[in-house]
Design a protein around this ligand. Structure first.
Ligand code: FES
Length: 140
């Protein structure tokens, strides 16, 4: 019975992920940087045009993103894109992190279905908003 359930779960996962690259599947199955930071240097909550929201926390030291976390009520693609964006931003200067574009995310995943391209945009918009909030509050 448990084996049947495992098989059903696996079949479902494969059906959901059909058409996505291996890179996307790997990130989807092991997303990174999910959670919150206790004392962030910046915290934003951004809702995209589809109504999904990403919340993001940044820790910044000497102009570099030293830690970053997110939560979302969005779809699997949103989690996967935010996982990649936060991983790409961690350890970068805020200027370098601002250079990350939705196209970078889509290219990294070797394409996304049209109906999920906006998930990459929402992840990047949230990172940008978090950095801009930090800049406007600190003048850095
Ligand atoms: Fe809206 Fe993924 S479906 S962000």
């Amino acid at each position: 019975m448990a084996q049947d359930l495992d098989k059903i779960t696996q079949d479902l996962q494969e059906a959901i992920l059909r058409g996505y690259s291996q890179k996307f599947k790997d990130e989807f199955l092991a997303p990174k940087n999910i959670g919150k930071l206790e004392k962030p240097d910046s915290h934003v909550r951004i809702t995209g045009p589809c109504g999904d929201t990403i919340e993001m926390w940044l820790a910044i030291e000497d102009g570099e993103i030293s830690d970053i976390r997110f939560t979302t009520d969005g779809c699997g693609a949103t989690i996967t894109c935010a996982s990649y964006v936060t991983t790409a931003a961690k350890g970068r200067t805020i200027e370098d992190a601002l250079a990350i574009t939705p196209e970078d995310v889509i290219n990294y995943f070797q394409g996304l279905p049209d109906e999920h391209k906006h998930c990459a945009k929402l992840a990047v918009m949230t990172l940008t908003a978090a950095i801009e909030k930090y800049r406007s509050e600190t003048g850095e």
